[in-house]
Design a protein around this ligand. Structure first.
Ligand SMILES: O=c1ccn([C@@H]2O[C@H](COP(=O)(O)OP(=O)(O)O[C@H]3OC[C@@H](O)[C@H](O)[C@H]3O)[C@@H](O)[C@H]2O)c(=O)[nH]1
Ligand SMILES: [O-]c1cc(O)cc2[o+]c(-c3ccc(O)cc3)c(O[C@@H]3O[C@H](CO)[C@@H](O)[C@H](O)[C@H]3O)cc12
Length: 450
């Protein structure tokens, strides 16, 4: 396994490794050193899964010691992709030494892995941990953009011919969130070049999704690339008793009534601007309910404390906590006091929110998160999206309104999304649902290997 150096990618690759290990498969997982320490508690089968640390070369202008996307602002990801590509000699010589020779190499952004695999007669699988819709709308040959050229607004304004949905789409200016696909991502190639090569060169495309939600998109991708698309399902772990919720959060949450607390997190990468950060905090304050907000310090600030709005701490007192570091999101979501999850709808958070019992409020920030949100609010109708103004601003009133609309006992919208969410959750937790996906995935891999 060799995922992109981002927590939102390494985590689902690790969940998949655990599932494959349940079937007795042995896995070697290539991972940056610091991430190894951060994620090794997720490992359920240490006798079958080896986390092998790799050295991330320093690339200017990244600060020294940077190893993952979670440590840098988004605009520096391009250079981290260069670092990823510079690991190729180490990755290649390591794979050559592996005994016995692996049957399959799983990768995502390291588009050159299939070249290594085919030299060694190993199969390669491009495992995608974003929704199928986001691949279908932006990373298929039908988009018909040339190599090494920036995308124009016209390129991204409409979905590609044959795109199978009019619902899971960008609205107006949101399509601009795809312009990054035409920018350099690593030395000498764009994000679109990188991912379309990754998808074109593998023996099979795999996606962390399920047919019940994304069948049409998966079929479209398969026809665009003319190769099998294998699905792993959501791949979520069962509760891991080795890693209980930190006492400070367990104690704080236990002070409140069941389903009364709002929990907010925006994933491992996104950093808000200071004025938007403050406005969201004022929105939480306005709800008058208890809240636990785990957001990175906003741009230009060294801590969340220095970015709090004037008088905020005094006004909210013990009712609200703002934390600038990492929290155990799945465990917080599982706490009975949590009644609402305000999140950015990253694909990992999307699945975790579907599995949790709290109400869902979405504030998507980046391209794929907007499409995940459309799946959740437009197709499944399991949560609500916060309204933005035309220039993309989320006001405190709008955040407060969305939270109240799902938490209010008598709210019609609240009832609707609660029922739909409960139905989808029931499907996901039902005996055999996730297991069935992994069973078929393992069989598909065996077929691929012939
Ligand atoms: O404080 C935190 C924040 C996040 N997390 C975990 O980190 C993971 C974050 O993954 P998400 O996919 O939700 O979000 P990220 O923004 O980090 O990921 C990014 O890369 C992967 C893509 O699929 C996402 O759509 C993209 O947003 C989740 O599993 C979440 O539980 C924590 O455990 N604690
Ligand atoms: O924003 C995106 C919009 C869209 O339509 C597609 C993607 O695809 C991917 C992607 C990631 C991994 C894959 O195997 C396939 C596709 C996106 O990845 C995100 O890109 C960010 C680039 O800055 C990166 O920082 C982040 O870690 C990735 O998850 C985004 C979109």
């Amino acid at each position: 396994m060799f995922p992109w150096f981002a927590i939102g990618h390494m985590t689902p690759f690790l969940h998949l490794s655990n599932k494959l290990a349940e079937y007795g498969h042995k896995i070697t997982f290539l991972i940056p050193k610091k991430a190894k320490h951060q994620l090794e508690h997720l490992l359920l089968y240490p006798s079958l899964i080896t986390l092998h640390p790799i050295t991330i070369p320093h690339v200017h202008p990244l600060p020294p010691g940077i190893e993952t996307a979670s440590e840098i602002p988004l605009h520096l990801n391009n250079h981290l992709a260069t670092a990823l590509d510079l690991t190729r000699p180490e990755v290649e010589s390591f794979i050559i030494t592996l005994q016995p020779k692996p049957h399959v190499l799983f990768y995502d952004m390291a588009y050159w892995v299939p070249e290594i695999a085919s030299k060694l007669q190993i199969k390669s699988v491009c495992y995608n941990v974003v929704c199928a819709a986001s691949l279908a709308i932006a990373l298929v040959p039908a988009l018909n953009v040339g190599r090494y050229q920036p995308f124009t607004e016209e390129d991204v304004a409409k979905p590609p011919p044959g795109y199978p949905s009019s619902n899971v789409v960008f609205h107006g200016p949101e399509a601009r969130s795809l312009l990054f696909l035409g920018l350099e991502f690593g030395s000498g190639l764009t994000f679109y070049d990188r991912m379309s090569t990754a998808l074109k060169s593998c023996d099979a495309i795999a996606i962390r999704t399920c047919r019940e939600i994304e069948d049409n998109f998966c079929n479209y991708i398969s026809s665009q690339y003319n190769k099998p698309v294998l699905l792993t399902g959501p791949v979520l772990p069962e509760t891991n008793n080795n890693n209980p919720l930190e006492a400070r959060w367990a104690e704080w949450l236990s002070r409140f009534e069941p389903n009364s607390v709002v929990f907010c997190a925006f994933g491992s990468q996104f950093i808000l601007e200071k004025d938007q950060f403050q406005e969201l905090l004022l929105g939480f304050e306005m709800t008058m309910v208890p809240f636990l907000v785990a957001l990175k310090p906003p741009q230009g600030c060294g801590s969340v404390e220095e970015a709090l709005p004037e008088g905020f701490k005094e006004r909210v007192g013990e009712r609200g906590v703002v934390h600038g570091g990492w929290v155990q999101q799945p465990l917080i979501l599982a706490h009975p006091s949590v009644g609402c999850f305000v999140n950015h709808c990253g694909f990992g958070s999307m699945w975790e929110s579907l599995m949790a019992e709290s109400q869902i409020v979405m504030v998507p920030q980046l391209g794929d998160q907007i499409l995940n949100t459309r799946l959740m609010s437009g197709e499944l109708v399991v949560g609500v999206e916060v309204e933005r103004t035309e220039n993309g601003w989320v006001s405190k009133e709008s955040l407060c309104k969305a939270i109240k609309s799902v938490m209010g006992e008598d709210s019609e919208v609240g009832c609707l999304v609660r029922n739909n969410h409960a139905n989808w959750r029931q499907i996901m937790v039902s005996q055999g649902f996730m297991r069935g996906y992994i069973d078929s995935f393992v069989k598909d891999l065996e077929l691929l290997m012939g």
